[in-house]
Design a protein around this ligand. Structure first.
Ligand code: PNS
Length: 175
């Protein structure tokens, strides 16, 4: 039987607990999960792509299919973190994945997500999108809100992991 490979794409600028919750939920469902960070020069980001990759790798305990585990844990299938540019469907072909995983929070996500799912399927009929609901407490969480709340001195306890908090402090201290 062929390997079940899924891609979880996003900007992850920065990754927050809603994203991490989704990764943990879908890891056991696939043999291999590729967390894919979009390289988008047109979009102004707080963290560089390399920094985002480094943070996510640190948090998910990247585990390659053949190469064993970095964390030795048993939290599901192999998980790896890569960046991609261009069309998501082309990246899906490159890694041999059929499934795109996306989180659905409030109804406001629905229209945009459905549009993307339909377009991706039109571009590559092999690709299916699977929507997953995050834990209720992360339903309103977004990377943009994380940046805004942090920049205004709000408390993000329980919403972002410590390595992200530390990097946010460093970035905003630099001004
Ligand atoms: O976290 P985001 O910013 O909501 O993620 C959006 C992302 C990266 C999934 C989407 O912009 C994307 O797939 N971009 C790659 C370019 C592409 O394939 N565009 C057509 C999508 S229908």
């Amino acid at each position: 039987m062929s390997e079940r490979i899924a891609v979880y794409p996003g900007s992850f600028d920065p990754i927050h607990n809603g994203h991490l919750d989704l990764i943990e939920r879908c890891r056991p469902m696939y043999d291999r999960l590729v967390v894919a960070v979009l390289r988008n020069e047109a979009k102004r980001a707080l963290f560089s792509v390399d920094e985002r990759l480094e943070i996510i790798r640190e948090l998910v305990g990247e585990r390659h299919p053949a190469g064993g585990s970095r964390d030795g844990g048993d939290s599901g299938g192999a998980c790896e973190v890569q960046s991609f540019s261009g069309l998501l469907v082309d990246f899906m072909d490159e890694v041999g994945a059929r499934v795109v995983v996306r989180g659905l929070r409030a109804v406001t996500d629905f229209e945009y997500e459905l549009q993307m799912a339909m377009m991706n399927r039109r571009l590559n009929p092999r690709v299916e999108t699977v929507f997953m609901a995050p834990k209720e407490e992360y339903n309103y969480l977004s990377s943009s809100l994380v940046k805004e709340v942090f920049s205004l001195g709000g408390d993000l306890t329980g919403l972002v992991p410590d390595p992200v908090l530390a990097r946010l402090r460093r970035h905003f201290a630099k001004g």
